[in-house]
Design a protein around this ligand. Sequence first.
Ligand code: TPP
Length: 697
Amino acid sequence: MTKPDRLPAANAPTAQASRFYAVAPDPNSVPVSRADHDRMANAVRALAMDAVEKAKSGHPGLPMGAADIATVLFTRFLKFDPADPAWPDRDRFVLSAGHGSMLLYALLHLLGYERMTIEEIKRFRQFGSITPGHPEHGHTPGVETTTGPLGQGLANAVGMAIAERHLAASFGGDIVDHSTFVLVSDGDLMEGISQEAIALAGHLQLKKLIVLYDDNGISIDGPTSLSDGVDQIKRFESAGWTAARIDGHDPVAIADAIEAAKRSDRPSLIACRTTIGFGAPNKGGTEKSHGSPLGPEEIAAARHKLGWSAPPFEIPGDIRERWRAAGERNKPARLAWEKRLAALAADKRVEFERRLRGEFGGSLDDGLARTVNDLKQKLAQEPKEIATRAASELALDALTAALPEMVGGSADLTGSNNTRAKGMKVLKAPDYSGTFIHFGVREHGMAAAMNGMALHGGVIPYSGTFLVFSDYCRPAIRLAALMGQRVIHVMTHDSIGLGEDGPTHQPVEHLAALRAIPNLKVFRPCDAVETVECWQLALLSKAGPSVLALTRQNTPQLRHGFDARNRCATGAYELIAADGGPALVSLFASGSEVALAAEARKKLAARNTPARVVSVPCFELLFALPDSERAAVIGTAQVNVAVEAGIRQGWDAIIGSGGTFVGMSGFGASAPYKDLYRHFGLTAEKVAEAALARLGK
Ligand SMILES: Cc1ncc(C[n+]2csc(CCOP(=O)(O)OP(=O)(O)O)c2C)c(N)n1
């Protein structure tokens, strides 16, 4: 099946060359003639062709094909100021098709982003440049999110649009009123995550979200008809969007469609029919222009066809000026916004600024510490034998009350993940002031939307699902780690301890797999006190994501008395010292297995074998300690034993390759959890026996 209703592919901008480019109602927009528009778009095309050619790698096709769309958007609609790339009320632009990065770099250069010099464009894809192969947030001013893995950017944009609506509801439209634009390619829309993102955005009626679809009908293998026949218009419409199909090389049609989308009361799709590699006479319109340099001959021919005579990396003065004027056109809007912010009631302004900084500064800093302290005091007075997921709920009841920027949710497991704290209102259309999101059964979309929320700023997103489904979120968790974003994933049912649901639901390799992601903290607290402490650490981890792996089953409280220190902060610590002499055995464990290690210690004591118990709630924090401190925590006992209801991978760094591991080596089974622990040898007896065997006792 081929795509229905295709507009004919445009090959050259001659058809409308004489038509004037209508002036948009935006008083700050820069009116240009069609001829000027074409030259401005051609500047983007030329920079993309030349940079890819110089780098000898990259993707010229998308920037050349989408140049008209981007020119209209950036010169007439997008609200931004290169002088302040972090202006909180800027419109967000996400290039979901990150392989087309030269589109974004060319725009940032032409619009006057200070650091995006022509030298950086010439150093496209080179070490140390701010023009990496795919856009990287935090690396390049003006890049809102890291894209490349297709589909992620679209879901990030949904999160940004959610954050915008929520903050507008909380602080008012005078201060928060911006749109989120996202440019997607065929590949973005083929990825499964796009369906989750589209459905969620439609359901939440995110009217300020506008998707520009670079509908060029080409992907790497060739025409998309090789593998796809979806009618995207119907697809989006059925999810509650408005959708239009236009000629993506007609600036008037593009502008009209964006204007209509801005008036829509729903999220909007604009499917822009384009020609990949527009202007390249032989490779344009084919996959040959997708992902490799066009070559000198084709570039010369494209220059001729486009009427672009400037040498490589040179932009004619008048075109540069027009682009700069477009870059400067929102300065008055930004200054007016700053005045409005300054005129806000002082407490509201201070709170808004605090939230955007993402800090618990001022009184709320004390609030976080005080909340954690109060919780720990209560637990010291009245110890609780509860599941750590329930302990997390207790923590959330207090934390969400103290920190209104926490926006929680669950992928349809709210009652199981315990992520909806007392008093949390649901965030929904048209009242977005709530702080709890029903993400639906959409783990991947949820995790990527959370990234977008964190990137937007002003909110701290946390979510809920089962630990086993971390696999469904993994690409987004990885990007959160790469971008250094504070998103917090509550992942419950963290082992065979979930019991009867069986091996499909029992994570075995997941802790190890998550611990393999750089810059991700995986917390597995052993009791209610550690759960509170791990929440505190996750909230304070401003530069990276966290996973809280929590039990379904009850665990006894092992931390007694009140200790003001956050003992989990070192990643591991001696929970119970050895009795009756220096430890012969160190028992290391995480989560629910710490209680088991404590039992094993008693059994060893009865056999005159002093053993210490080290709780290990977070590998990453332990490994970040200076060598001497880490060595002190690990200790020098003759025998090291680790206990975790997961696979061994990773534990050798603590117990050594000669250490003994008591855990899982295959999948679990469906049965009451106590039977499973017995069956798989996860018992205090087995742990004690293993230690004694190593001691030759
Ligand atoms: C998740 C993911 N899978 C695969 C790729 C590799 N890849 C990059 S672009 C692309 C498809 C290109 O087609 P399209 O999205 O239509 O982009 P265009 O050819 O129009 O530039 C693929 C498969 C990727 N970047 N991300």
